[in-house]
Design a protein around this ligand. Structure first.
Ligand SMILES: Cc1cc2nc3c(=O)[nH]c(=O)nc-3n(C[C@H](O)[C@H](O)[C@H](O)COP(=O)(O)OP(=O)(O)OC[C@H]3O[C@@H](n4cnc5c(N)ncnc54)[C@H](O)[C@@H]3O)c2cc1C
Length: 268
């Protein structure tokens, strides 16, 4: 039978590139170097491992402007079977509620999935809302910080997952279909392979789903469907410049540093 697994990935500005538009309170995404949200690669890897073990297929989904095609190509290069870019002007400016609304409807449209995997959080907004909200919209069981899937019971249509917390491990058995938030750094994401990349060129396995296809009420998507208001006090903080460079051999430099810290009242 195998598993039909959907994975949500987000195309994000890399850490160094994040800047705010102080007027609108939103991130400036134009002209910045973007990457697949690194924590989503853990979810992709877990999806691929499950597919390799139990059979089935993996579909990656990203709600984003068309620039995210590059991110979808990246995960196809890792071995994902197909990819869907969910993209429409009606989805722009979405907060997490409107984002999860669209993603959950896209999953519904996909129809026959057993698992929807997501990263733990993103590096550009880090709310960790999306997987929980998607599970809420769809009324599906949800566990986050999942480190591994330990067992699949195809007859009972259930899986057992393990999650690691600071002081303990926990095991959950969930009925399928289910939604999982995969713990960051829990997997070792496989590299992109040239043969998979070539498939992207020849077979073009990326579909685009616009709102003409999903037919969602535009009052529930994008900026109109977003109750969150970004405070006008959002700003890019000044990074304090180093006042001085302490050089010399390490022990001497450390002593000088301690003297300075005492002088400035930071150490007492
Ligand atoms: C008022 C407001 C306006 C905003 N306007 C914009 C805007 O114009 N453009 C914009 O890009 N962002 C905008 N945002 C940010 C937007 O809300 C988040 O980018 C988005 O909802 C995802 O939240 P997150 O990054 O915290 O994801 P998290 O909840 O931290 O993500 C967890 C996991 O969910 C999955 N995931 C998250 N986002 C997506 C996605 N888009 N597609 C597929 N999987 C996903 C990933 O697997 C990720 O690891 C706005 C936010 C607010 C509050």
């Amino acid at each position: 039978m195998g598993l039909r697994i959907a994975v949500g990935i987000k195309w994000v500005p890399n850490n160094q590139a994040v800047r705010f538009d102080e007027k609108t309170g939103t991130l400036i995404r134009e002209g910045v170097v973007s990457v697949v949200n690194p924590h989503d690669l853990d979810a992709v890897e877990l999806a691929l491992r499950l597919r390799d073990k139990y059979g089935g297929s993996v579909v990656a989904m990203s709600m984003s402007p068309p620039s995210a095609t590059k991110g979808l190509e990246h995960v196809l290069g890792m071995g994902v079977d197909e990819a869907i870019l969910i993209s429409d002007r009606a989805f722009a400016g979405a907060d997490t509620l409107a984002t999860s609304y669209v993603i959950s409807h896209a999953l519904e449209r996909l129809g026959d999935f057993d698992l929807a995997l997501f990263g733990q959080e993103t590096i550009d907004s880090s709310t960790a809302h999306i997987p929980a909200q998607v599970a809420g919209w769809l009324g599906l069981p949800y566990v986050y910080y999942v480190n591994d899937v330990e067992k699949l019971d195809e007859g009972q249509r259930s899986i057992t997952v393990r999650r690691l917390l600071e002081d303990r491990a926990e095991w959950y058995e969930l009925a399928l279909p289910a939604v999982l938030g995969v713990a960051m750094k829990s997997q070792l994401p496989r590299p992109v392979r040239l043969s998979h990349k070539l498939r992207v060129r020849t077979e073009n396995p990326i579909k685009t789903w616009s709102n003409e296809f999903l037919k969602l009420d535009p009052r529930c998507t994008g900026l109109r469907g977003s109750p969150t208001i970004v405070s006008k006090s959002t700003w890019t903080p000044e990074v304090p410049r180093r006042k001085q460079i302490i050089d010399g051999p390490p022990e001497e430099a450390a002593r000088k540093l301690v003297d300075i810290l005492f002088k400035e009242g930071i150490l007492r």
